[in-house]
Design a protein around this ligand. Structure first.
Ligand code: ADP
Length: 256
């Protein structure tokens, strides 16, 4: 390991996390010839096949592609839930596959926020407590947790709804609670997997406007899987997967 690599790794794993934006001039995340193979021998399935990808801090990227094209596999690796079979995934210049399980968990807690199609909220728990959850994992003191969770709920337009449980909220509101939970830790990267998949059109556009605002005003890099071209059009760039490869990687409204 070079001195520069070692220092990038130390910076990434230092807590409290160094203040300030992600370093400009280097990709926030990069795939170098990433392959993922499930199974062995004749049953081997190449879910990703030598993917190269670079995403800069502050980008808003949509990921599209038919079912089975490798989107979830790529998102799992990008979210540090899985590692490549071959190739390298660099996050802020650090090869994630060289990190231990605990170090990857720390990276997730400090730098990543996740939003899912099905919201994934705790049902019997208030909106405020749902949003506080990532801060509990980070052992933040109670008063700080409350204040930050309230601020995050305010950011998604849910002031006054803190005490409501998910069952008392509409689908659009539930997804906004989930977004508040994802941003309460001030992540570098928001990974959204079909965030509008369970919402009607009006609610979908509200959620997209929210994601656009977070990206534009707070500089959170957003990577979103979607099947819907209308939602992908909010992104600056659309990456199309096909058969485990990047089939097209272009700006929205361009030659895609
Ligand atoms: P997408 O998200 O675009 O639908 P996936 O990444 O889920 O695509 O899947 C890519 C390919 O890898 C598919 O052929 C799928 O069947 C296969 N695959 C995904 N996960 C596994 C797994 N855990 N074991 C075996 N094959 C898998």
């Amino acid at each position: 390991m070079t001195a520069a690599t070692a220092s990038a790794k130390n910076a990434l794993l230092t807590w409290p996390r160094p203040a300030g934006p992600d370093p400009a001039g280097q990709p926030l995340l990069e795939f170098r010839q990433v392959s993922k193979i499930y199974g062995t021998g004749t049953a081997a399935m190449r879910a990703l096949d030598g993917v190269d990808l670079r995403i800069s801090p502050g980008e808003f990227v949509a990921v599209m592609g038919p079912s089975g094209s490798g989107k979830s596999t790529a998102m799992n690796i990008l979210g540090c839930l899985d590692t490549p079979s071959a190739g390298s995934y660099l996050f802020r210049g650090v090869a994630v596959e060289t990190l231990s399980h605990d170090q990857r968990a720390r990276l997730r807690r400090h730098y990543l926020g996740f939003v899912f199609q099905g919201f994934n909220l705790l049902n019997r728990t208030s909106a405020l407590e749902n949003v506080e959850l990532p801060l509990i994992y980070r052992r933040a003191p109670r008063t700080e947790r409350h204040a930050r969770a309230r601020a995050a709920l305010a950011q998604v337009g849910l002031t006054g709804w803190e005490g409501h449980t998910p069952g008392e909220l509409s689908g659009g509101q539930q997804q906004r609670v989930a977004i508040a939970r994802a941003i309460v830790t001030e992540p570098s990267l928001l990974l959204a997997d079909e965030p509008t998949g369970n919402l009607d059109t009006a609610r979908s556009h509200e959620v997209m406007d929210l994601l656009v605002g977070l990206n534009r005003d707070q500089g959170i890099t957003v990577l979103m899987v979607t099947h819907e071209a209308e939602m992908a059009a909010y992104a600056h760039r659309i990456i199309h997967f096909r058969d485990g490869r990047v089939a097209d990687d272009g700006r929205a409204g361009g030659s895609v």
